[in-house]
Design a protein around this ligand. Structure first.
Ligand code: UD1
Length: 425
């Protein structure tokens, strides 16, 4: 059996601030990659295996969703096997989909493989409107009939899909993934312009290639896919989670600590590491990762989030938390999800001086935050509040630990191993 993530809905973290985090952490596979790899396994009949799977709640939810579609999913340690039937079911129900945005990723594979998909409109994090119009329009360009009815996206292509030229208005990660996983089985050539370039998307593309797909341009803004008749099951090792690696890098910088992050891919974290270096961190490459050390109070840095290779929106809570105790004033601009700033209300309860105007946050750094009860509103906001609590005077409780469980395996245990005073209650 795989390590079971803790799913207690009313758990909270209790943090006594003040520790300097020092030591080593190991970062496993990326949530935002593994969930998409799991959905893509639907594209081939038979048993695909995925390694370096993190022990997070979302993997369990996606496993349940795939079982509901007729697959046999076995999880042993960090290895997952997914045995896909000849004809999977086509309906992803609301009760599972509402828990996790990535459920929408079964849409492309199901339409491509069996000509029909019904997927409940997803839930996931409360960080913005997160439309599906690019997914739907793109599938229509590939010849599917797609519409939203009674809370479900319904897409049909009884005679298969046909390659097309698709240009996205914004390099949406989810839309690029759904269209790429649909186009691999379409007849003819598809180009996706203004495609997302995230390492997670490249990871998915590489898995598809090992299943027999023909894809060029991964990691660039134009992806070209030549459809094939069928795909075969494959084995894939999930790419390292750059957001978790980034979380540890910020933890080191904020607590004036020294953390060696094994498994971190510096090449996937360039802009973020540059920002931390500007804040005063000393960053060195190690044989299998990155070491981040901070010997002084961080200096405030301005940041604007952007699609990859820009500064990731998922890291927004961490940069705001760091700037709130940094030396100086800063401006942080969110360009991807309009509601990520919900987190700021909670951070303010710890005394942070942040003023939000539209999609800009101006932050006046103070020397220390002050412990208080706060609540996580999404995965990254939850982790960001825990980091803020590490540099707060006294005790902070962070309600809604289950949000953090969705993305961070054994977060409290790992923090404790680095010297933090963190418990779960
Ligand atoms: C994924 C990640 C999320 C990350 C984000 C950006 C998952 C489950 N989530 O989210 O953690 O923060 O990438 O790197 O992998 N949009 C539309 N119409 C669409 C699709 C998107 O308007 O059809 C907009 C969204 O509202 C948002 C922006 O495009 O403003 C980016 O969304 P997208 O890249 O699709 O994010 P997700 O794939 O949902």
């Amino acid at each position: 059996m795989a390590p079971q993530p803790n799913l207690q809905q009313n758990d909270r973290f209790r943090i006594h601030g003040g520790a300097r985090l020092v030591g080593e952490v190991h970062v496993g596979g990326a949530k935002n990659s593994v969930l998409k790899l799991m959905a893509a396994a639907l594209l081939a009949e038979g048993k695909s295996t995925i390694a370096n799977v993190p022990a997070i709640a979302d993997v369990e939810i996606m496993s349940d969703l795939l079982r509901r579609l007729g697959c046999t999913v076995i999880h042993e340690g960090s290895l997952l096997s997914i045995d896909v039937p000849k004809t999977p079911m086509h309906r992803a129900d609301y009760d599972l989909v509402r828990k996790m945005r990535a459920s929408i990723n079964v849409l492309g594979p199901l339409v491509a493989r069996i000509g029909r998909a019904e997927v409940a409109l997803p839930g996931g994090d409360a960080i913005g409107s997160r439309g599906l119009d690019f997914h739907i329009k793109g599938l229509e360009s590939l010849g599917a009939l797609a519409h939203v009815e009674h809370g479900y996206v319904i897409a049909e292509a009884p005679n298969g899909l046909t390659g097309a030229d698709i240009a996205l208005d914004f390099p949406s990660v989810g839309a690029t993934e759904n269209l790429m996983t649909a186009a691999v089985l379409a007849q003819g050539v598809t180009t996706i312009e203004n495609a997302a370039r995230e390492p997670d998307l490249v990871d998915l593309g590489e898995f598809l290639i090992s299943m027999g797909a023909k894809i060029e341009g991964l990691g660039s803004p134009v992806i070209t896919i030549t459809g094939v008749k069928e795909l075969r099951p494959a084995h894939h090792v999930t790419v390292t989670d750059r957001i978790i690696a980034g979380t540890w890098a910020f933890a080191a910088a904020m607590t004036q600590g020294d953390i060696t992050i094994h498994g971190a891919r510096a090449d996937h974290m360039e802009v973020m590491l540059e920002k931390l270096a500007s804040a005063g961190a000393i960053i060195t490459s190690t044989s299998d990762g990155v070491r981040v050390k901070m010997e002084q109070r961080p200096t405030a840095v301005d940041v604007a989030t952007l699609p990859y290779p820009g500064f990731a929106t998922d890291l927004l809570p961490f940069i705001i938390a760091m700037n709130s105790i940094a030396d100086g004033d800063s401006l942080v601009t969110e360009n991807v999800f309009e509601s990520r700033f919900m987190f700021v209300n909670e951070l303010s309860r710890l005394g942070a001086q942040v003023h939000v105007d539209g999609h800009h946050a101006s932050i006046h750094g103070i020397t220390e935050l002050s412990g208080a009860p706060v609540e996580a509103t999404d995965i990254r906001a939850g982790a960001g509040l825990v980091l803020a609590a590490l540099v707060a005077d006294g005790v902070t409780t962070v309600d809604g630990a289950f949000h953090v469980d969705r993305g961070y395996p054994e977060f409290a245990e790992q923090l404790r191993a680095l010297g933090a005073d963190v418990t779960r209650e």
